[in-house]
Design a protein around this ligand. Structure first.
Ligand code: NAD
Ligand code: 6OD
Length: 501
């Protein structure tokens, strides 16, 4: 039995299984590195142990990755590469319960959420980019030459080489595979450094890669932290050509600085302080259902979550009452307990940070519509990192909780009177990731949707994803776009070939 094998749904409850998560380099799990504990945030207990990659392990991973790009993987015929990507998707699906339980153990998120969102998207990411790479077209330009003749230009795409994928803890498998799949589809070799909080599903993916016959070194996993650890070693390594990163804005800045001397290609999906706008003409029940899900899904630990809501004054009180009812209907608890609809925050440290924002809102004079504290839970969940879903009103646009990304189950709701006013309020932020506008007025939907200074502008919905579309942020929310051919453009290097006819 593999050392990543985990108990099934029933067996996991209360079972103190300490899993060993080793680095996956050159097609095999290797020994070495300093051990560190992985905590189940729903109980506060250690459930796994990972091994922090040191400089020698990072060098070994880069060497293996470079060999894969120059050899079997980088030169593999497209049809075979595509088939391997599809096999990885199938491999995730065939070990669905293993991935599910690993994700739940690392994040504490409710079983239903991981079952419906995280694990299926992990597989879907490989299928989508297997299709994208197989259906690419090539631009061709015929030109007139100075001597009266013709020349033909066309571009061929080549892999960048070794790509470092540095991923966060909130949707671990989903966000990691969202980068790994297109990078590998382009023939790059990847070295993934998952979040130190949630390394389990990335490690499992190593098993799947080996099982489907992925060439050695095409996919590598190194564990560890950011500064002075595996993350920084990757961002400064001469052998790494590109970094694709999802995480906090200030981490993105640090990576940009670290990567500058070796001029790496960068793709960043960073933080947000997203706005939702509800006009009086909206289907209010749909808006309340959609935006309560948006604020509280994954305990608010979604970069796209709207922490600022603006509601037209005529429907403000009804909207706030509806949101309050939805928040109070959420049930915090253990992932496998029937009825659990709200998981914990990822760590004690993050819970303290979110509670710090709850205190700041109170200091700034917010009206606490609901929540604001820590729920009283019994049994195993008493050791978990839970907070109450929280709604505030009554603050001005410069209050701390209206400016800074909190990444918890909370939002501030403010009234507005005119369309111009609310567009200005929504855009008055350093971030620019996503927005969600609710209206039944078609012209307004187009007008306000377009006026949002964001990468993803949803109307009458939220987190509705077509994986072929551009995804990313403006301002402090990111650099570049991924999704469909946007990903392929980042993960490949075009060489223009000009042939004099
Ligand atoms: P984080 O920035 O703390 O960590 C992300 C990853 O970066 C981890 O693997 C971490 O070990 C690594 N890291 C940290 N410092 C590093 C350094 N100096 N060099 C190299 N690697 C380093 O982010 P997090 O707390 O894991 O995730 C939450 C944040 O991610 C939130 O700000 C959220 O908005 C953002 N996020 C953004 C998106 C998006 O699509 N825009 C998606 C999910 C999460
Ligand atoms: O759906 C995606 O592809 C994506 N990148 C989602 C990001 C969610 C942030 O927490």
């Amino acid at each position: 039995m593999s050392d990543m094998a985990i108990k099934n749904r029933a067996g996991t409850v209360g079972a103190p299984v300490i899993r060993e998560l080793r680095n996956f380099v050159g097609g095999r799990f290797i020994d070495g590195g300093a051990p560190f504990d992985i905590i189940d945030p729903a109980t506060g207990r250690v459930h796994a142990r990972a091994y922090e990659a040191n400089a020698a392990i990072i060098d070994q991973a880069v060497a293996a990755a470079r060999k894969a790009v120059a050899g079997d993987w980088g030169t593999m015929p497209l049809a075979k590469r595509r088939a391997l990507l599809v096999a990885v998707a199938t491999g995730i699906e065939s070990r669905f319960d293993d991935f599910l339980e690993a994700e739940i153990a690392d994040t504490g998120k409710p079983y239903e959420l991981a079952h419906h969102l995280d694990i299926p998207r992990g597989a879907a990411n490989f299928r989508v980019f297997a299709d994208t790479i197989a259906n690419l077209s090539t631009e061709t330009f015929e030109m007139d030459t100075p001597d009266g003749g013709k020349a033909l230009n066309y571009a061929v795409r080549k892999p960048l080489g070794v790509v470092a994928v540095i991923s966060p803890w909130n949707l671990p498998l989903l966000l990691m595979t969202w980068k790994v799949a297109p990078a590998m589809a382009c023939g790059n070799a990847v070295i993934v450094k998952p979040s130190e909080e949630t390394p389990s599903t990335t490690t499992l993916l190593g098993e799947v890669m080996a099982a489907v016959g992925m060439p050695d070194g095409a996919f590598n996993v190194v564990h560890g932290f950011g500064p002075d650890s595996a993350g920084e070693l990757l961002t400064t390594h001469r052998g790494v050509r590109a970094i694709t990163f999802t995480g906090e804005t200030r981490t993105g800045s640090a990576i940009m600085r670290a990567a500058a001397p070796t001029v790496k290609a960068l793709s960043f999906e960073l933080g947000g302080k997203n706005a939702a706008i509800v006009f009086a003409d909206a289907d209010l029940d749909a808006a309340i259902a959609g935006l309560s899900r948006a604020a509280f899904l994954n305990t608010g630990q979604v970069c796209l979550a709207p922490e600022r809501m603006y509601v037209e004054r005529a429907v403000f009180d009804r909207f706030v009452a509806g949101m309050k009812a939805k928040a109070e209907a959420l049930t915090p608890g253990l992932p496998h307990d029937a009825g659990t609809s709200l998981g914990p925050l990822i760590s004690a440290e993050h819970r303290d940070k979110v509670l710090g924002y709850y205190a700041a809102a109170a200091r700034d004079g917010a009206t606490v519509v609901t929540g604001g504290g820590v729920p009283a839970l019994a049994g195993d969940a008493a050791g978990g990192f839970f907070v109450e879903p929280t709604i505030w009103t009554g603050l001005g646009p410069d209050a701390t909780v209206c400016r800074e990304e909190i990444f918890g189950p909370c939002c501030h709701i403010a009234p507005f009177d005119t369309e111009n006013e609310v567009v200005r309020l929504a855009n008055d932020t350093d971030y620019g990731l996503a927005s969600s506008v609710w209206t039944t007025n078609l012209s307004r939907a187009h007008r306000v949707g377009k006026a949002m200074e964001v990468g993803i502008s949803w109307v009458n919905c939220w987190f509705l994803r077509d994986l072929r579309t551009p995804f990313g942020g403006t301002k402090l929310s990111g650099v570049g776009r991924e999704g469909g051919e946007h990903s392929i453009n980042f993960y490949s290097e075009p060489t223009n070939i000009c042939i004099k006819l």
